[in-house]
Design a protein around this ligand. Structure first.
Ligand code: NAP
Length: 288
């Protein structure tokens, strides 16, 4: 399969490397010179211009800093792209992805928007998810090629969905890593190394995964039974985290945020409900 990769930053380089590893005829282009040497040594063809790179392959992957960069490079190349498929793996908002899909449709370009749920070292592993949405025809045609980068997950025809999931999943990552850092600092203040604490933390995440699976149907049904743990119980337990963090001179903001979030729902009379009840607060812009 002939594939072009536009953008040889950390991620574009990893994508091109995985395509070469899988035996694809890979053409690469980067705005600044000097980034494709290692890939060329592994067999990649280096295009002198973006137009030449686009013309080399029916499948074009773009992985630039942002959508403005993608449009700056590809906007003038709509005619060269006509009849080809563009897979945009650049991070952006759902709105930007939908606007790009409209532009592509108007120019006769097959379009898939993608979100890479990994850092560059994970690229090429089947354990890693890459989310795609947009043209189902393009996904079916290039699924096998895209599988060289990681497990390709099809999220349907709306080009904005991959970015929507990406944004949601990154939010979860930041929340989880923030909570983990709080835990590392808390246990560390009493002499526990991060590498000692972390295997227990990772095992705990399995239980948290179970909570999400339990709460998801409750949220869809709008019913939040407090039959596992009530918000009253959560609030009392959060007080321990607030206290223990303060006693060790740690950043109080995350524990205080949890206390405010749960405390508001308890003050509004929902202390007997389960944790999933807080979806109402989130949906109401923090006011419920
Ligand atoms: N790194 C990760 O872990 C990761 C994970 C998931 C998703 N992503 C996404 O992947 C994309 C690339 O990330 P990265 O880590 O590879 O970033 P990076 O190392 O900073 O590379 C950025 C790339 O964009 C190019 N670029 C920037 N502005 C441009 C413009 N106006 N015209 C043409 N090319 C332009 C750069 O070219 P020059 O070399 O000429 O500057 C470079 O090739 C981002 O959207 C990022 O959010 C990254």
């Amino acid at each position: 399969m002939k594939v072009t990769v536009l953008g040889l930053g950390s991620m574009g380089t990893a994508l091109a490397g995985a395509l070469l590893e899988a035996g694809h005829e890979t053409t690469v282009w980067n705005r600044s010179a000097g980034k494709g040497e290692a890939l060329a040594a592994r067999g990649a063809a280096r295009a002198a211009t973006a137009a030449e790179a686009v013309g080399a392959s029916p499948l074009v992957l773009a992985c630039l800093s942002d959508y403005d960069a993608v449009h700056g490079v590809l906007g003038p190349l709509a005619e060269e792209l006509r009849g080809r498929t563009l897979v945009n793996l650049t991070s952006g908002s759902p709105e930007q992805a939908r606007a790009s899909a409209s532009w592509a449709a108007g120019s006769g370009i097959g379009y898939l928007d993608g979100a890479i749920m990994s850092t560059p070292p994970g690229i090429g592993s089947p354990q890693v998810m890459l989310l795609y949405s947009g043209s189902s025809q393009a996904f079916a045609e290039y699924r096998e090629t895209l599988a060289s980068l990681g497990d390709p997950v099809d999220l349907g025809d709306d080009a904005g969905t991959a970015s929507l999931y990406d944004t949601a999943l990154l939010g979860m990552m930041w929340a989880t890593l923030g909570g983990w850092l709080q835990g590392v600092a808390l246990t560390g203040a009493d002499g526990v190394d991060a590498v000692t604490f972390t295997p227990v933390a990772v095992r705990w995440m399995t239980a948290v995964n179970g909570f999400m699976s339990t709460y998801a149907p409750q949220i869809d049904a709008g019913v939040y039974p407090g039959d596992d743990a009530t918000l009253d119980v959560h609030l009392a337990t959060i007080e321990h985290l607030v206290h223990a963090s303060a006693a060790r001179g740690l950043d109080p903001r995350l524990p205080e945020l949890f206390r405010a979030f749960v405390g508001q729902a308890v003050a509004a009379g929902h202390g007997g409900d389960g944790y999933a009840r807080l979806i109402e607060t989130v949906r109401a812009g923090g006011r419920a």
